[in-house]
Design a protein around this ligand. Structure first.
Ligand SMILES: CCCCCCCCCC(=O)SCCNC(=O)CCNC(=O)[C@H](O)C(C)(C)COP(=O)(O)OP(=O)(O)OC[C@H]1O[C@@H](n2cnc3c(N)ncnc32)[C@H](O)[C@@H]1OP(=O)(O)O
Length: 203
């Protein structure tokens, strides 16, 4: 079964609100307490938005069923999801039948070392990208092992490419590799063992 590599971002609905929330997250981290903003007022206004959303949200089990309808997690996952404000978001393209890649630029919300991507964020991007590469290649699974090597700092504020390739399928064991590169140089490389299975979708 071929999977969709990315969900289209819609200009309206929750996607538009999520895009605004990403701007807010970025702007807050950028501003800190040395900005000229009235942060008490900012907090009041953001809490008013959250109050409104919480008051009108569906029951959790109903939303979970809704999330896992149709093309599954591509709309809400924390790496590519247009419905998820913590997703950068990545937008995958096929390189070949087993390989995918996405190019993005990360900013201050994802900082670890100075002006560099947090190692846990790199792990998130690679885990997910390896997982989607498996789906693209035709055999999906759950991450059982993920081994990362951090070769050099991964820069913020400039394009980085996250790529993954399914290497082999042996019974239920799927082996997948990936890397994050900047300016063509490897920053992080990954080797993953996935086990072919997936939890049932909420119904
Ligand atoms: C198209 C969709 C795209 C979606 C992309 C999303 C990507 C997101 C990726 C994730 O984040 S997944 C979430 C993180 N992973 C987990 O939470 C997994 C938690 N662990 C489990 O659920 C189970 O341990 C697991 C499914 C991995 C394996 O349990 P099973 O009961 O299905 O497997 P089993 O114990 O029967 O082992 C099957 C084989 O795998 C081997 N195996 C299992 N876990 C292993 C491990 N950790 N290391 C090495 N080998 C392992 C095991 O030895 C055995 O080998 P043999 O067949 O040779 O005997």
């Amino acid at each position: 079964m071929t999977i969709d590599l990315h969900a289209e971002t819609r200009p309206t609905g929750v996607d538009a609100a999520v895009a605004a929330a990403r701007r807010v997250i970025d702007a807050l981290v950028r501003a800190g307490d040395i900005s000229g903003a009235d942060m008490a007022d900012v907090a009041d206004r953001l809490n008013a938005v959250a109050d409104d959303l919480e008051d009108t949200a569906p029951p959790l089990d109903e939303r979970l069923v809704d999330m896992w309808r149709g093309d599954g997690n591509t709309r809400h996952d924390p790496v590519t999801g247009p419905e998820n404000p913590i997703a950068p978001p990545l937008r995958y393209e096929a390189v070949d039948t087993r390989t995918i890649e996405a190019t993005t630029t990360l900013g201050l919300p994802h900082q670890g070392p100075p002006s560099s991507v947090h190692g846990g964020v790199s792990a998130l991007l690679l885990d997910h990208t390896l997982g989607v590469a498996n789906g693209w290649a035709g055999t999906s699974g759950m991450t059982a092992e993920l081994t990362l090597r951090y070769h050099r700092l991964t820069p913020l504020f400039e394009p980085i490419t996250v790529a993954a390739r399914q290497v082999s399928v042996d019974g239920r064991k799927i082996r997948t590799t990936g890397e994050i590169t900047a300016n063509g140089e490897p920053c992080v490389t990954a080797e993953g063992l996935f086990i072919a299975t997936y939890p049932p979708r909420p119904r």
